[in-house]
Design a protein around this ligand. Structure first.
Ligand SMILES: [Zn+2]
Length: 216
């Protein structure tokens, strides 16, 4: 998710206007900042479990929350934690993210369907801006400012989705779990070739009754 994270920061700010917006925005994009940091000084593959897996998001959120509590010395540590934690479910809709390790990756992968991504992120912006306006905008001027901010976010998202329109839609691969077949049997059971004892008994009994009928 791109601008949706910024919109979520606005919604968190609306929960407690005393908390500054900058640490909330930093927290909402937290795993992405870690991604950028791990790509320095040169890109490395396989870093997603350290930034975007569920354990990594929980640990990152707790560390950010403690750092905020220690250095900012004001209310908002819980909102910082919530902002960081919101990253995984938000990214779940737009991409495919690790649960613990590199596989499986789960998510709806809407980046491959830019129109759907634009609709989703615009909806998130609309809802979050409405929450922000209700809590923070008390004059018509402030409401216009919120409207301008929301419009700017949607236009920004439009530009981002326009650039990823070239993404091959045939690669769209939403996934909630990996489908895989696994047998319960290590090896195939041995088939008996000789006649089973009960079959021999029933054959003998059929011959006996046939002889009785013939009065032999
Ligand atoms: Zn992310």
């Amino acid at each position: 998710m791109y601008v949706g994270h910024a919109a979520l920061a606005l919604a968190l700010k609306a929960r407690d206007p005393r908390v500054p917006i900058v640490p909330l925005a930093l927290a909402c994009y937290g795993p992405d900042w870690l991604d950028v940091a791990l790509m320095l000084p040169h890109p490395r593959a396989g870093m997603a479990p350290f930034t975007h897996s569920i354990p990594a998001v929980i640990v990152g959120g707790l560390v950010a929350s403690v750092l905020f509590a220690v250095f900012a010395k004001g209310p908002g540590a819980l909102l910082v934690l919530l902002g960081w934690l919101s990253h995984w479910p938000a990214d779940f809709f737009t991409g495919r993210k690790p649960i613990v390790g590199l596989t499986p990756l789960v998510g709806l992968d809407l980046y491959r369907v830019p129109l759907a991504d634009l609709a989703l992120e615009s909806f998130v912006v609309l809802v979050c801006c409405a929450l922000y306006a209700r809590a923070m905008a008390h004059t018509s001027g402030q409401r216009w400012l919120v409207l301008a901010m929301g419009t700017l976010l949607v236009v920004l998202q439009l530009g981002i989705d326009a650039t990823i329109t070239s993404a091959d839609p045939t690669l769209w691969h939403p996934s909630l779990a990996e489908a895989a077949r696994r047998t319960h049997l290590v090896s195939a059971p041995r088939v008996r070739t000789s006649l089973a004892p009960q079959c021999r008994v029933s054959t003998a009994s059929a011959s006996w009754s046939r002889m009785n009928r013939m009065n032999v």
